[in-house]
Design a protein around this ligand. Structure first.
Ligand code: MLT
Length: 412
């Protein structure tokens, strides 16, 4: 009989969002009337239609595929040059940041890239991961055997947890000890907190001192509204020597169902062999992509390219303003209900303290049962998320207003 990957047996719970889905399904089956008024603010999934520029570009691309002369088979595994160029130019060079076209790797999603990056990192790295955290960073490390077993609290051996609490504004500080790989997400999922330039400078300084790599998830950068908050880790001098950046079209272009993202691997970024030789990671990631990936579909890459047209940029801006308008309504509603509210300023998530005496899951049950609104329990993102819950602003305006009213009508 074949052997299975026993690392999977170390995973403590099912992936958070399917688990929430199961509970919501059970609730709806048992409460068909309440199910009719259910509003979902759980998973951060976009609700608004694709920008018109994207739709037009996809239609054109489909038409090209229908004609022998313009038909495309396999594309470059790293992405078409015109898309890599548009990304590097618009997202980086236009902002004075040095990123070459061939440092951009186009993929079908940041979640996949966050897991796949472990292919090129060794198994003896000391990891630092925030708590609370986007669960993908932890679970993918468990799956490839980069952690030990979980303890009774669900903390995995081999991970240095960086506590994020109200006291530090849910922004982690570099630890005293040396680690090799650090996951940072700003603006943050789930807390909505965004790191300042000084906070990111401290991380880059730390990484350069210890030869560590920062895995910087910037999937929500388009939601930053406060001036001065960095949109990219490469805004910090020295980051090209210590950071990989993940970005996604899911939340800015509404591509959660379309699937397109990219990862930036600077050619100046190095890691070492066990023998101590320092080598660039760029060729390894390129090799990984050419071997395990056949590129994103032509139609989808044309769709992503359209986000960088003048029309596309204006439509993306309108989408983000829509969701951030929802965030403002939700923040105001939760505050009027007397709750502690963070986030919602530079991110489409609001992070709400459950009233005293309620755990995150108890708050989830109460809000689902009495307000018929699905939220995400903070404890699902880690121990320090206990006592908090996340409300996603991805919704219609009418739903955001209704959720705001229902939160205010709840009696705890
Ligand atoms: C979330 O709700 O945290 C996100 O939708 C997850 C994701 O982007 O994969």
């Amino acid at each position: 009989m074949a052997y299975l990957n026993e690392n999977y047996l170390k995973l403590k719970a099912g992936y958070l969002f399917p688990e929430i889905g199961r509970r919501v399904k059970a609730f709806c089956e048992g409460n068909p009337e309440a199910a009719k008024r259910l509003i979902r603010c759980g998973i951060g999934d976009v609700t608004e239609p694709l920008p018109a520029a994207v739709v037009a570009a996809m239609h054109r691309a489909v038409d090209e595929m229908a004609v022998r002369d313009t038909f495309k088979g396999y594309g470059p595994e790293q992405g078409y040059e015109w898309l890599r160029g548009a990304i590097a130019q618009n997202d980086y060079r236009a902002h004075g940041l040095e990123v070459a076209d061939d440092e951009i790797f186009v993929s079908d999603g940041s979640k996949c890239d966050c897991g796949a990056i472990l292919d090129i990192l060794g198994d003896r790295n000391r990891l630092a991961i925030t708590d609370p955290v986007y669960p993908v960073y932890v679970d993918t490390n468990v799956m490839v055997g980069h952690t030990g077993e979980a303890d009774a609290n669900g903390a995995y051996a081999g991970i240095h947890y960086l506590p994020c609490t109200q006291a530090n504004g849910f922004i982690p500080e570099p630890p005293q000890e040396a680690v090799d790989v650090v996951y940072l997400c700003s603006p943050n999922n789930p807390t909505g907190a965004a790191a300042t330039r000084e906070q990111l400078e401290a991380w880059v300084t730390y990484a350069r001192k210890h030869g560590a790599i920062l895995l910087f998830d910037a999937a929500y950068e388009a939601y930053i509204t406060q001036p001065g908050i960095p949109h990219s880790i490469y805004e910090i001098p020295g980051a090209r020597e210590c950071a990989i950046e993940f970005r996604s079209f899911s939340k800015n272009g509404g591509f959660t169902g379309v699937r397109c993202a990219f990862t930036v691997v600077p050619k100046t970024l190095k890691a070492k062999t066990v023998a101590g030789e320092s080598l660039p990671l760029h060729p390894l990631w390129s090799r990984r992509m050419t071997t395990k990936f056949n590129g994103v579909s032509y139609m989808v890459q044309r769709a992503a390219e359209a986000l960088y047209s003048a029309e596309g940029k204006a439509q993306v801006r309108a989408l983000i303003e829509h969701y951030m308008g929802n965030a403002r309504i939700l923040v105001a509603g939760a505050k009027a209900a007397g709750l502690t509210v963070l986030g919602g300023v530079n991110a489409p998530y609001i992070w709400v303290g459950a009233p005293a005496g309620y755990t995150s899951w108890q708050a989830f049950d109460k809000i689902l049962g009495e307000a018929n609104v699905v939220i995400t329990p903070g404890s699902g993102f880690g121990r320090n998320g206990e006592g908090w819950f996340r409300v996603s602003a991805f919704n219609s305006r009418a739903n955001a207003e209704e959720v705001s009213r229902r939160l205010q009508a709840l009696r705890w």
